[in-house]
Structures are given as C-alpha cells and as structure tokens.
Design a protein around this ligand. Structure first.
Ligand code: AMP
Length: 453
C-alpha cells in the first residue's frame, strides 16, 4: 500500500517523501481513508504505531482546501495530555504541512507565554494543538471561537482521563459545533474512555491496532530482578558501561529521584539531565532540545514528562523503577526503536515486585524475558508461577533477550547466592531547583516516594 492510495492531498504527499516515509503503517492505512471520508473514529493504537500521522494527515488534507466557514477560529483542534506531546504534534503538523504555506498553527500549553499564545489567537488560525487546562484558560477569557471547527482530535484520550481532565474535555467538546468530525486515539477503548468516546462521536468506526505493531524497528526487551535499590544501581552501572548506548532514557517513579539519579550520573561523568513536571517549561524545552541535539546522553525522566519524546537516536530505555500503570510500559519502551531503528529496553524490578511485573505481562499478553548479569544475580527469587517454565532468556553475558512482539518462555535463571553491599541511599529535594539538576540535594536517607510528574 502507498500513501497515494489513501486520499491524502498531493502537497502533503511531497512532505512525506521528504520525511522519508515510504509506506503507511497499519493504523495509518486504516484510519486515514476513513477520516478523509469524514467518519468519526475510535482508534486504539499505541505510541510508536504512527498514530500522530494517522490523524494529522487527514486533518492537513482538510486544511489544504479553503474553509467555507465564517470566523477566524481553528478548523482543527488536537487535545493532548502533556505539553511535550502537544509540542511534538505541532512539530509534526508543521513538517507534514510544510507546503501549506498559509497554514497557521498554535500550541497552547501551560508553562509557555500567555502573551505569545494570545497573539497567535488574535489572528486567523487553522490548527490548535493544546493541553486541556491551558485551552480552558483561553476559552474562559473568550479568546477562542470554535464556530468553524471541522475536526476534533483527542490524542491519548485514556491518559487525559487518568490525569483528571474529564470535566475539561466535556466542557471543550460542548463548546465545539455538533457538525464536527471527532477522532479519538487511545491505548484502550474500554471502560470510562469507551463510554466518553461513545457520547462524543456519531456512528464511529472502530479501529483496533494490535499492541505490538509499530512503525519503528525492533525493541529487544530484558527483565532483570534485583534484591534492593543498591543492587539496581549496580545493575544500572553495568548496563551503562557495557551496553554501548548512544542515548538512553531512564525512567524513575518520582520527580525527586529523577534529579538525584541525574546528579549521580553527572558525577560519574555522563552527560545526564532530568525531566519532570515540576521543572519550569522553558527548562523542559531546553532539556529536550539538548537531548535531540545529542548534548544530553542520558535523560532521567518521569512517565508523564517523557510522553511524546521522539528522538530517533535513543538506543536504550532503562526502567529503573517499574511503571505504576501497565500501559506505561509500552509508552516507555516506545522511546527507543523509533524511525525504523532498533532499540533495547531493560526493566529492573526488585524481587518483591514480581506481582507488578506479572500485571505488566498480563497487559502485554506476553512475558518479558528474564535474564541475569553474571556476578550481579539476585539472591532472592520471585515465587514460582506460570512464567517459570522455560530457560532463562538472559541478558548481557547470558543471552540476547526478547524482541518486542514475540512471545517467549522465561525461567528463573538465577545464579549463585550473593549478598549485596551497602550502597548509600539518597533522597532528593522534591521541588525543582532553578539551578538545574545538579543542584538537587543528594543527601543520604530514604528514597522519597512522590507522585510522578
Ligand atoms: P507516533 O506513533 O505517532 O509517535 O510515531 C512514531 C514514529 O514513527 C515517529 O518517529 C514518526 O516520525 C514515525 N513514523 C510515523 N509514520 C511513519 C511511516 N509511515 N513510516 C516511517 N516512520 C513513520
């Protein structure tokens, strides 16, 4: 199948060639013709599946024709859960729509200048990408006119609900014309998100894309059990020394610990920085730019802050802490293996967290291959269960791990008995310090447990 079979405007097809896209991904092949035909869509697709282009290409095809509507408000509105994702979506829209020279876009997210956004809204605008909170601020001040809105897109709708945006979303949807086309993307279409989706769409076409399909390369996944925090640090040291990574994203469960870990890695001589939701937006943007330019080699991030990161040179993802929600596992590992390249995702879990690992595996409907690093084997074993019926997959010295999408058997694979030494536990300050990641407290004590992002 070719992009030219999908009904996309010729001016946009040229930009896709420049972007190096040769053929549509599964979600694009299904969603683009239906959206161009004007259908409402409910799409379950993961990050990494090419979902952004699946809604932007029909939206831009609409924008390639002049509006017949009166007013100067947006013709397309895309709602995203996080600032970073919204910025990434606007960037993609400008890339795919580079030949629509008249097109005006605005990205309305918190932490950015109100004045700049207000100026953008005072002129005719074609496409707005926004987070619900900031969009509501502009709506309250009467700056947004939805009278000519043709298309509403909800990207990562499940995440927006998780983040408590349901009331804002309902208010925004009510403010838009009933004649609009509604396209909703979500990792899942079950439960609350499914009910909300049914209410806001008319005779929607449902498109379900298998979780494993991606537009990217292969991601090799490994699971390493550790006895405790100290052991996890030693595994991380080994991974960073031996893996030959180009750029790496490390996920931590708390904002404070992203700072602490970034500090520790900087002290070890890595070019490392943290990214979390308490950092001023200008700092978050600068960090992401530095990551894109390769100035930062290791980014230590919380889940929410890392959504939308699309940097093809990220070769490794390390889950230093397990994700709180199983679907975040997919989002995390999807930071590597992008734009057709291969990647490696390594998950560290304390043995007592085996039930959380099982929950992730139940969600994935497959097992993550468990491995060990020679000399760094855990002394405690997770209880025997359905997953321990095969050979260890191994990591590093013992094997090659598992490719995303394949199922695999996994076994215990634990080595000799070994007690861990005493790595100093630290606590970071919970608030972000403007002097940057290195300024956070690295004092000793218990690791703080703070809400991520
Ligand atoms: P997304 O799922 O929208 O986050 O996209 C994941 C990655 O795939 C991004 O780096 C896109 O630039 C890239 N991508 C999207 N569609 C295609 C395609 N048809 N061919 C190659 N890469 C693509």
């Amino acid at each position: 199948m070719h992009f030219s079979d999908l009904g996309i405007a010729p001016t946009i097809l040229r930009a896709l060639e420049t972007a190096g896209y040769t053929s549509p991904t599964g979600v694009q092949a299904e969603a683009i013709p239906a959206a161009i035909a004007g259908r409402d869509l409910l799409v379950s697709a993961q990050t990494g599946s090419g979902k952004t282009a699946a809604f932007l290409l029909p939206a831009l095809t609409k924008l390639s024709e002049r509006s017949t509507g009166k007013g100067q408000g947006p013709r397309v509105l895309v709602l995203c859960p996080t600032r970073e994702l919204a910025q990434q979506v606007e960037k993609n829209a400008l890339e795919y729509g580079k030949d629509l020279r008249w097109m005006k876009t605005a990205c309305l997210v918190g932490g950015a200048s109100f004045g700049y956004q207000t100026r953008a809204l005072s002129r005719p605008i074609d496409l707005i990408v926004a987070t619900p909170g900031r969009l509501m601020d502009h709506m309250r001040s009467g700056r947004i006119d939805f009278s000519r809105l043709e298309m509403l897109v909800l990207d990562e709708a499940d995440r927006m609900l998780d983040m408590g945006f349901i009331d804002d979303i309902e208010t925004i949807v009510k403010a838009t014309p009933e004649t609009r086309q509604t396209v909703l993307f979500s990792a899942t279409l079950d439960g609350t998100v499914g009910r909300m989706a049914e209410k806001m769409t008319r005779d929607p076409q449902r498109i379900e894309i298998a979780r494993t399909e991606t537009s990217g390369g292969t991601i090799e996944e490994h699971l390493l059990y550790a006895d405790d925090l100290n052991h996890k640090h030693r595994l991380l040291d080994h991974i960073l020394k031996e893996s030959g990574f180009d750029q790496c994203v490390i996920f931590s469960a708390t904002k404070a610990y992203t700072e602490e870990l970034a500090d520790k890695l900087s002290d070890q001589g890595y070019s490392a920085a943290c990214l979390h939701g308490d950092m001023p937006q200008s700092w978050r943007n600068r960090t992401l730019n530095d990551l894109r330019r390769g100035r930062i080699k290791i980014l230590v991030a919380t889940d929410v802050a890392a959504r939308g990161i699309d940097v093809p040179t990220i070769t490794h993802v390390v889950n230093f802490d397990l994700p709180k929600q199983a679907e975040d596992y997919i989002h995390r590992i999807g930071r590597t293996g992008r734009a057709g390249r291969d990647g490696t995702a390594i998950t560290l879990a304390e043995s007592k967290e085996f039930h959380k690992v099982r929950r992730i595996e139940q969600y994935l409907k497959r097992q993550i291959t468990e491995g060990v690093i020679e000399g760094l084997e855990p002394t405690r074993r997770p209880p025997k269960g359905p997953r321990r019926n095969g050979k260890p997959g191994g990591y590093g010295a013992q094997g090659q791990g598992q490719r995303r999408g394949s199922s695999s058997s996994a076994g215990n694979g634990y080595g000799r008995e070994r007690r861990e030494g005493g790595y100093g536990r630290g606590t970071g300050s919970s608030s972000y310090d403007k002097r940057g990641p290195r300024s956070s407290s690295a004092s000793q004590g218990q690791r703080s447990t703070q809400r991520a992002d």
